[in-house]
Design a protein around this ligand. Structure first.
Ligand SMILES: [Zn+2]
Ligand SMILES: [Zn+2]
Length: 866
């Protein structure tokens, strides 16, 4: 079958997409010969759009998975879907024109599941387009009972260990999402606000949150602050609401902020929570779960927070209780999903106990790539003011398997064997200890990170197999979720199994738009992987991912990188096509060659090839995909295409059978080796090339090339480089002299010892001889010319006649005269004396009486006989 000249990615990629048997990527659970390599693949949120950031991360994962398989590992590259959460609820409300409370819980959940399934289908399609070697036999969907049974059992187990508990405690609350959120979900943003100076009855106080006056439970001053010392322990009246609160002293009050007097509310911020608990202050809730003012806010009850703020400021002003306002910048905590400023509300919630020491020591046992990303986890650990709040007041999430006895109030946590279940749909199968079977279901559900923080446990067979595969080998993830996914996973893995979740964590960066900014709809710089594939194919996209940057660093998307990637595919295809036409009748099994018997140029290229195998393997082991791919590309382009093929063409087309077989053997070895190293990066073109070479199995089942130390020979390489340079220099010479590249030269003499010059002769189509010693050159003058820069100004009108006279002279005689002094000539009957500077004597190089040109290659003299 002839090989087409053009490489057309779409044809080849769609062909292999349907021809590939996906089961070759399945993890073998029953095998114990190969070492396991289990990847804790991120389960993306099913938005329906597998975006470019996902794609970058998955390219990295696929490079590793394919490489490790070729290195003889039993690889699991599973794929999960992290389904639960608010965005899907919002989408379902939008699509169906309902709010979640208008339909029964089970029905609302069903609508969410339906949408999620559709979205998963779309994203799966993009993943297949990109040629990922996913193990679909290990797919998991967190909303499926087969998965969330594990989330629920993990809840029960941790509750039994007292690692999970329920408590009324202040938590971060998003009034818009109407749910508690964890610290990791709070983002801080700088905003402008007013600092309001108020009169209390005895003191003046500055506050940014006058709407919380109803929740004021104390006033604090610094004990060192002489201005206010006398007030400590006294009662003070809160304006507007009139409640009496105590003046307390605390070292953390900053005397230079505002008036130096602070009001403590439940709760304005995290500092309020600290003071409230340290000083045992009462609790006054002024804001409810939906962000409205409560009854203690009196006439402001039912207002939103901002309405209340406005109204109170108006009232304070009219009563002259507000005496100053100051514009100031403030760090405001916001919900990371909807950007609404969070409140701190005290509610009964479920918490996971955080053990910072255990997380830090586990992080130390994990290899971080890049290493500095570990610092982000370390910095985060220990900054949380309270434990991980895991209960959410939503619907589409894993139910908390708990009921409360209506009679005695006892909490009943489900037994593991009852799970999975939804307490709002099922009663417990046993009665309460008090004998009652009248239960109220827990309606709160679990934080979605409770699902996704057990992914390594799930893929390792935790709770489904006797022996788990823990720890897994690799966790690939973005740096934006170190404080959530990485942190929670370490915490949960240690709590549930006492085994670290992974050996290595590989952090990928974010993808920036072509303008260098974060991709966003408003910036209009979003690129979808589907768009790139439609234009240049998946193999080009994957090359961009490989060379775009080192893991951990942000990567800019650039069309020109993809375009040059597609050119590289075409180049590789041309090399392949050329080689294959010369390998048609070559039997690689029958024609194995001993390296030392090969022509020097073959030994040279194979030595270089072995070095590329070594360095690429090393880069792959260190997850330096950019380095690995650049080395391959550089070798293919510079060494193979630009030099080796030019050097061996004459042997391939020539009559000498043995020389030809050597070239064929070498080309075949190069192709076979390179195609296998390209396979993890560009799986489609690699498969196409490999299959056309007569291999019956997939390139993706082949072994990664091994290198032979014995094939590396620095002396041979030096000689090979010299041959390469000599040929390049002769080709350049020909083209500058206007000689056709394949036109023979009379003879090329090389003043050096090169043991094997057949490919120099072949590539230059000329007779070549190595010469001993150094050549003798004669410089024979062939023309004598005037240096007009000197003669013009000096002789003016006479110059023309001087030039004519010079032309008449015998260059040799003139040169002889000049070498002893000035040249004297007769012009218009007068003697004219010309200094050597006034003359240009052109010489020809002669060697052994022959006219020659001389080239210098790395200090070696090359004589070209004309
Ligand atoms: Zn929110
Ligand atoms: Zn009871």
């Amino acid at each position: 079958m002839s090989i087409p000249k053009e490489y057309i990615p779409h044809e080849i990629e769609s062909k292999w997409k349907s021809a590939w048997n996906e089961s070759i990527y399945y993890f073998d659970w029953n095998e114990n010969k190969r070492p396991q390599y289990v990847i804790d693949t991120p389960p993306p949120y099913p938005t329906g759009n597998f975006h470019i950031g996902n794609s970058l991360n998955w390219c990295y994962i696929d490079f590793v998975a394919r490489y490790k398989r070729m290195r003889g590992y039993n690889v699991m590259f599973p794929q999960g879907w992290d389904c639960h959460g608010l965005p899907t609820e919002v989408k379902v409300e939008e699509i169906n024109g309902i709010t979640k409370n208008q339909v029964p819980r089970a029905e609302f959940r069903r609508l969410c599941e339906e949408l999620t399934s559709e979205n998963i289908k779309k994203m799966r399609e993009t993943m297949l387009e990109l040629g990922f070697s996913t193990d679909w036999s290990n797919e998991f969907v967190t909303m499926d009972p087969s998965y969330y049974v594990k989330t629920q059992r993990s809840f029960v187990k941790m509750h039994e260990k007292d690692h999970i508990y329920q408590e009324e405690h202040p938590v971060n609350w998003c009034p818009r999402c109407e749910t508690a959120i964890a610290f990791a979900e709070v983002e801080y943003e700088s905003r402008y606000t007013n600092l309001n100076y108020l009169h209390f009855d005895k003191l003046k106080i500055a506050t940014t949150r006058p709407e919380l006056l109803a929740a004021c439970v104390a006033v604090a001053i610094n004990p060192e602050d002489k201005r206010y010392n006398d007030y400590i322990g006294k009662a003070i009246k809160v304006p507007v609401f009139g409640q009496e609160v105590k003046v307390i002293s605390d070292d953390n009050v900053d005397p230079s902020f505002g008036t130096g007097v602070v009001m403590i509310c439940t709760f304005g911020d995290k500092q309020d929570v600290r003071w409230w608990s340290e000083h045992n202050l009462p609790l006054r809730k002024a804001i409810d779960k939906n962000g409205y003012m409560t009854a203690i806010a009196g006439k402001y009850e039912g207002m939103t927070i901002s309405e209340c703020k406005e109204a109170i400021i108006g009232d304070l002003e009219s009563k002259s209780l507000l005496y100053d306002q100051e514009h100031m910048e403030q760090n405001v905590g916001m919900c990371w999903r909807c950007k609404t400023p969070i409140e701190i509300l005290s509610e009964k919630q479920w918490f996971v106990r955080i053990n910072p020491d255990e997380i830090l020591s586990t992080a130390e046992q994990i290899e971080w790539i890049p290493e500095h990303m570990k610092v982000r986890l370390q910095n985060w650990t220990g900054t949380m003011e309270w434990d991980w709040c895991i209960s959410r007041q939503r619907i589409f999430a894993t139910p908390i398997p708990v009921w409360y006895c209506r009679k005695c109030g006892q909490t009943m946590v489900a037994k593991e064997e009852w799970l999975p279940l939804d307490p709002t749909q099922n009663n417990p199968p046993v009665n309460c200890e008090c004998g009652s079977n009248d239960f109220e279901a827990e309606e709160d559900v679990l934080d979605t990170w409770m699902d996704s923080s057990i992914t390594p446990l799930h893929v390792s067979g935790w709770l489904t197999r006797d022996d788990t595969l823990l720890p897994t080998q690799l966790r690939p993830q973005g740096h934006d979720i170190i404080r959530t996914w990485a942190f929670y996973t370490i915490l949960r893995s240690m709590s549930l199994t006492k085994i670290k979740p992974w050996d290595t964590i590989l952090i990928n960066g974010m993808v920036l738009g072509e303008d260098g900014h974060k991709m966003s709809k408003s910036a209009g710089n979003i690129i979808s992987p589907d768009e790139v594939i439609a234009n240049y194919g998946a193999d080009s996209f994957r090359q961009w991912a490989a060379v775009g940057g080192t893991p951990g660093s942000d990567v800019m998307y650039r069309w020109k990188d993809v375009i040059s990637a597609s050119r590289f595919l075409q180049k590789m295809w041309s090399i392949y096509r050329f080689s294959m036409t010369h390998l048609e009748n070559f039997d690689s099994d029958k024609n194995k060659r001993n390296l030392k018997e090969l022509p020097l140029v073959d030994q040279w290229v194979l030595s270089r090839l072995n070095k590329v195998v070594i360095s690429t393997t090393k880069s792959m082991d260190q997850y330096q995909f950019d380095e690995a791919f650049k080395q391959l590309r550089g070798f293919i382009w510079d060494v193979v295409a630009d030099n080796y093929i030019e050097l061996v063409k004459s042997r391939l087309y020539g009559e000498d059978i043995d020389d030809k077989l050597s070239a064929q053997y070498t080309l075949c070895t190069i192709l076979n080796t390179l195609i296998r190293m390209l396979a993890p990066f560009v799986p489609f073109i690699s498969e196409e090339m490999y299959s056309r070479m007569g291999f019956e199995t997939s390139v993706h089942l082949s072994e990664w090339p091994v290198y032979y130390k014995g094939d590396i020979d620095d002396d041979i390489e030096q000689q090979g480089e010299l041959i390469k340079d000599i040929v390049a220099s002769v080709r350049r010479y020909k083209s500058e002299a206007g000689i056709a590249l394949n036109a023979p030269l009379k003879k090329i003499e090389i003043y050096a010892t090169i043991p094997d010059i057949r490919d120099i002769a072949g590539a230059t189509n000329s007779k070549v001889e190595c010469m001993p010693g150094t050549p003798d050159f004669d410089y024979v003058p062939v023309e004598i010319k005037a240096n007009m820069g000197v003669i013009g100004p000096k002789f003016r009108k006479k110059a023309g006649n001087i030039i004519s006279k010079l032309n008449e002279l015998d260059p040799k005689v003139a040169h002889e005269q000049v070498s002893h002094g000035n040249l004297v000539i007769e012009v218009d009957g007068e003697e004219v004396e010309l200094e050597p500077e006034a003359l240009v004597i052109e010489k020809e190089v002669m060697s052994g009486g022959r006219e020659v040109d001389v080239l210098d290659v790395k200090g070696i003299v090359i004589v070209i006989v004309k």
